[in-house]
Write a protein that binds this ligand. Structure first.
Ligand code: PMP
Length: 412
């Protein structure tokens, strides 16, 4: 016990928890479980190849980046950089307050109109991050006494939204329509909301959206679809999985993020004009926070222009993803049901997964090992993500490195 803890213990019969001991024992548990996390440092723009700095030696080296969500390579695209820089010079760097408090910039409205049109919805409203959007939307629409039906692999932000709302959370097995229907049938709640990622962030597979929409409709449930990883990537014009399935206009709440394929920062909800008015008036996650700054707004507007000008970008992403998945299969790796640019290489336990990632890094390839609670225990994996801007040669390099390390570690 530390001296501070001793002093506290003698002064308070209820034995208050000593702050330092609390932190220390919490971190001991993290280390023992093999879940210790730390940041790796990048110096320069996010692209297919990045410059990384070793914290201990200060040494800089170039490595291939295969774990970013900048799927179209837009985060360092010249048009977005220029738009952001120009907006910062013309509009300044901050928005100053919440839009309810000090006014909304015309850039906010312009972007919302573009996003609504992009998603085939009446109206859209911006949130600062996808995490805030999901927590904000679910907790604004749902309450105690209501019921949320959630795929077991949904993103943490949807789960946290349920928790904050106080609604009952019923989890259905991953993409299992029969199970979803069973839960809906048994529900006594009057307000029911089915929530799902459209493209699952750690597995790279698509939710069966047509079935979900049909079942939800039959049981009078509303739908919320998180298009974080599909926006900009899937569908004929890169509008997302909803476009891919021909379901535009049939989802009650569409959520998307701007910090992934669109290369910038922020998020949005889209749907009917009435939904958006409701969120603007009642969603604490957008009422009580400073709004997105001009540079981020202008960069996203430029991203939508680039996507319209270069419709080939999502196709290039698809081709690269195919090359990566096929190469991994040829080496004997499992990539689960991935059909996309998110390619899980499942290893199993945390130890060998992190060892694999470390060895890849030594070979000049940056891929992150993913462990619980992000994925279920025993399914630790390398989450390999490819970009439209990776060259075939760069993809071949990661394939060669994974094959070599997989053999060394006895995984393939
Ligand atoms: N939804 C999904 C499916 C995600 O994967 C993420 C982030 N990884 C988010 C929401 C949160 O988005 P943001 O990073 O903009 O907070």
């Amino acid at each position: 016990m530390t001296p501070r803890a001793q002093a506290l213990a003698s002064a308070h019969p209820a034995e208050p928890v000593d702050f330092e001991s609390f932190l220390e024992s919490g971190m001991d548990a993290v280390r023992k479980a093999g879940l210790y996390r730390f940041f790796r440092h990048i110096e320069g723009p996010i692209g297919p190849e990045v410059t990384m700095r070793d914290e201990k030696t200060g040494e800089r080296r170039k490595v291939l980046l295969f774990c970013s969500n900048s799927y179209l390579g837009l985060s360092d695209h010249p048009a977005l950089r220029e738009a952001a820089a120009k907006a910062a010079l013309e509009w300044g760097v901050g928005s100053g307050a919440s839009r309810h408090i000090s006014g909304s910039l015309s850039l906010h409205r312009e972007l919302e109109e573009r996003l609504a049109a992009f998603k085939g919805c009446e109206r859209a409203v911006l949130y600062n991050t996808g995490y805030m959007a999901n927590v904000g939307i679910v907790s604004t629409l749902m309450d105690s006494g209501d019921e949320v039906f959630s795929d077991e692999l949904n993103h943490a932000s949807l789960i946290d939204g349920c928790r904050l709302s106080g609604a009952k959370k019923s989890v259905y097995r991953h993409s299992d329509l029969g199970h979803l229907e069973e839960l809906l049938k048994a529900s006594r709640a009057k307000k029911k909301l089915v929530v799902t990622d459209s493209l699952f962030s750690m597995d790279g597979d698509l939710a069966p959206l047509p079935g979900i929409v049909e079942i939800a409709r039959r049981y009078g449930a509303w739908t919320l679809v998180d298009e974080a990883h599909a926006t900009g990537c899937l569908g004929r014009e890169g509008r997302g999985a909803i476009e891919h399935f021909g379901l535009s206009g049939q989802i009650d709440v569409v959520m998307g993020t701007l910090g992934k394929a669109l290369g910038s920062f922020g998020a949005f909800a889209a749907g009917s004009a009435r939904l958006i008015e409701y969120l603007i008036n009642r969603s604490r996650m957008l009422i009580f926070t400073t709004s997105l700054p001009p540079a981020a707004l202008a960069a996203t507007l430029a991203a939508l222009d680039v996507l319209a000008r270069e419709p080939d970008l999502p196709r290039r992403l698809e081709q690269n993803a195919l090359r990566l998945r096929e190469g991994l299969h040829q080496s004997g790796f499992s990539t689960l049901e991935s059909r996309s640019h998110i390619v899980p290489v499942v290893i199993g336990e945390a130890g060998p997964t992190m060892e694999f990632a470390r060895k890849l890094f030594e070979q000049g390839v940056f891929v992150t090992g993913i462990r619980p609670p992000t994925v279920p225990p025993g399914t630790c994996r390398l989450r390999v993500t490819v970009m439209a801007t990776h060259t075939e040669g760069q993809i071949d390099r990661i394939l060669e490195a994974t094959r070599k390390i997989g053999k060394e570690l006895g995984i393939v």
